[in-house]
Design a binder for this molecule. Structure first.
Ligand code: FES
Ligand code: FES
Length: 164
């Protein structure tokens, strides 16, 4: 079995949080497994079927469920995880807003929400998002603890502070 995997493995080159990686991956391996094996443990594996968003990362700026994204598809791509959001150990504005708004409780969903929020805030818009737009924009991410309002508050705080 292991020799089958080794025989079928593919080499991919990608950038993760600003660094170049060359990785051997099996064709059926999800990106979430590969990233966690490289130490990016912010990526949580909640449902592993694309329902909860706990495994959300950015691939070329687009938020994706890394449990459903094959690692081989990441060849030539740029990946960002929640670890890449913080600069020199300092939390990003989004991470800070989540912490200050009480949007982090058990924390299991938080890295996925941070990445989904990062993609949402990067979209061009002429005015701050409404609560409905934020809720719709983060609809792919589930949280069992916060009731979502504190997450919406955190996103609004970041949205108000960004240029439109
Ligand atoms: S673990 Fe990927 S969507 Fe739930
Ligand atoms: S903070 Fe616990 S699941 Fe969201």
């Amino acid at each position: 079995m292991n020799s089958d995997i080794a025989m079928n493995s593919k080499t991919i080159n990608c950038r993760i949080n600003g660094a170049n990686y060359q990785l051997n991956v099996s064709p059926a391996m999800p990106l979430s497994d590969v990233l966690r094996a490289q130490g990016f443990l912010s990526i949580k594996q909640g449902c592993c079927v694309g329902e909860c968003g706990a495994c959300t990362v950015l691939v070329d700026g687009t938020a994706i469920d890394s449990c459903l994204y094959l690692a081989v598809w990441a060849h030539g791509k740029t990946i960002r995880t929640s670890e890449g959001e913080s600069l020199h150990g300092k939390p990003s504005a989004i991470q800070q807003a989540f912490a200050e708004s009480g949007a982090v409780q058990c924390g299991f969903c938080t890295p996925g929400f941070i990445m989904a929020t990062s993609a949402l805030l990067a979209k061009p818009r002429s005015q701050p998002m409404t609560v409905l737009q934020i809720r719709q924009g983060l609809a792919g991410n589930l949280c069992r603890c916060t009731g979502y309002q504190m997450i919406v508050d955190a996103v609004r705080k970041c949205d108000a502070g960004s240029s439109h």
